[in-house]
Each structure stands twice: as C-alpha cells, then as structure tokens.
Design a protein around this ligand. Structure first.
Ligand code: NI
Length: 215
C-alpha cells in the first residue's frame, strides 16, 4: 500500500469517531496584548526562537523570512511510521479547509533526524502533504538548537530488538522518539498556542480561523 493511501485511511479513521480535543490554553479568554500576544499567557516566550536551516530545495531559510505570516511548526522525521503522517495529513486537511487564509500560514516540518532527512529525502516525503509545507533540516547542532528552543524532546531508539523487526522495514535501523505538539507562531514570530497530536482536522481548522481572525 502506498504511504498516501495509508495516511488517508488513518485520517478517515481518526476523524470518524474522534471527539474534539484541545487544551484550554489559547482559547481566547484573556485580553490580547501588543501584536496579539496573550499578556496573561504563562507559556508566552517559552517556545520558539531564531533559526536558520535548509529547506527541501536546498535553500537556507530563517524564521525571519516568515514574518508577517503565522508559522505552523511541527517536528518529526520521514521514517516515522505513525504519528508524523497523521499530523501532517491533519494539517493538510485544515489548510485546505481555511481556504485563502492558508496564504497567511507557513507550515514547517522540522526534522528531528537530520542524519537521514537530507533535503532530497524531505522533498520526496512532503510531496504527500500540503504543497506549501517547507521541510527543514540542517547540521546536528542546528537541529539540536531549534529543538531546544521549542522544547521538543527527541531521542534516537535503535530497532535492534527482535520484537522491533516489523518496524525495521519502514523505519530502518532506528526511530527517533519525538515530541508531537504543533506550535502556532504569530506574524511577529512569537508563540501563540500549542496544538496537541490528537486534534481533529475540524478542531485544527477552528483554531487556525480563530487565531488568524485576531490579527
Ligand atoms: Ni513522528
């Protein structure tokens, strides 16, 4: 079965019976401060920071290139067998649902596995998802720095145990356990909200419309 079919099947299964989950944070109950930042938000300033990485076309890009647009920042890796394809498919669907507003959102897929996810690998992988998505890779220190700035956990796990044999076909010799939150960053580059892994595309669509409508 092709990866795309797998992903669409997973997406259909998830959206069919999944209740709407989100976290209370970012629901708009607090007053918005300058630039739309939530002045009472205890998480403000805790996620994100400057980065310069290489996209799937080999271009060096920086967070500053996206000022004026929201950034939807997700960390993952192309050999991920379950979590990443689901979240990228959900994002794809939500970005279609918001229509022209999607022009104000830059989806970013930052690899946690720079050793394998070189630009050409990211390019082939992202052909399965929203065409605006930029895949970002870099040196190990560059990826370590951006993961630290976003407080994203990542841990290499060897698939050398006999029980992991079924994973080796798809994932190779190791996987990278990683944080699965998506970060919505505002047009000024600063943090807006977190989106959990188990969100539905309907809920993600509503979150994006909410935040895009504020600023
Ligand atoms: Ni993943």
């Amino acid at each position: 079965m092709r990866r795309r079919d797998v992903v669409l099947g997973l997406l259909a299964a998830m959206t069919a019976g999944s209740p709407s989950h989100t976290i209370a944070h970012g629901s708009g109950r607090h007053a918005a401060g300058a630039g739309g930042a939530d002045v009472t938000d205890p998480l403000a300033g805790r996620f994100g920071g400057p980065f310069t990485l290489t996209d799937q076309n080999g271009r060096r890009v920086s967070d500053r290139d996206f000022r004026g647009r929201f950034m939807l920042v997700y960390f993952g890796f192309t050999h991920c067998v379950d979590v990443c394809p689901i979240d990228l498919a959900l994002q794809h669907q939500a970005l279609i649902e918001i229509g022209d507003l999607a022009e104000r959102v830059q989806p970013l897929f930052v690899t946690v596995d720079p050793a394998r996810d070189r630009p050409e690998v990211l390019k082939a992988y992202l052909a399965n998802f929203h065409p605006a998505t930029l895949g970002l890779t870099g040196s190990e220190p560059e990826i370590a720095a951006v993961a630290k700035a976003y407080r994203v956990h990542r841990r290499k796990v060897a698939l050398d145990h006999p029980d992991a044999a079924h994973l080796r076909d798809a994932a190779g010799s190791y996987i990278v356990d990683h944080g699965t939150l998506t970060f919505l960053m505002g047009p000024d580059g600063s943090f807006r909200t977190l989106i959990p892994h188990d969100v539905t595309s309907e809920r993600l669509t509503a979150i994006l419309k909410d935040y895009l409508g504020r600023e």
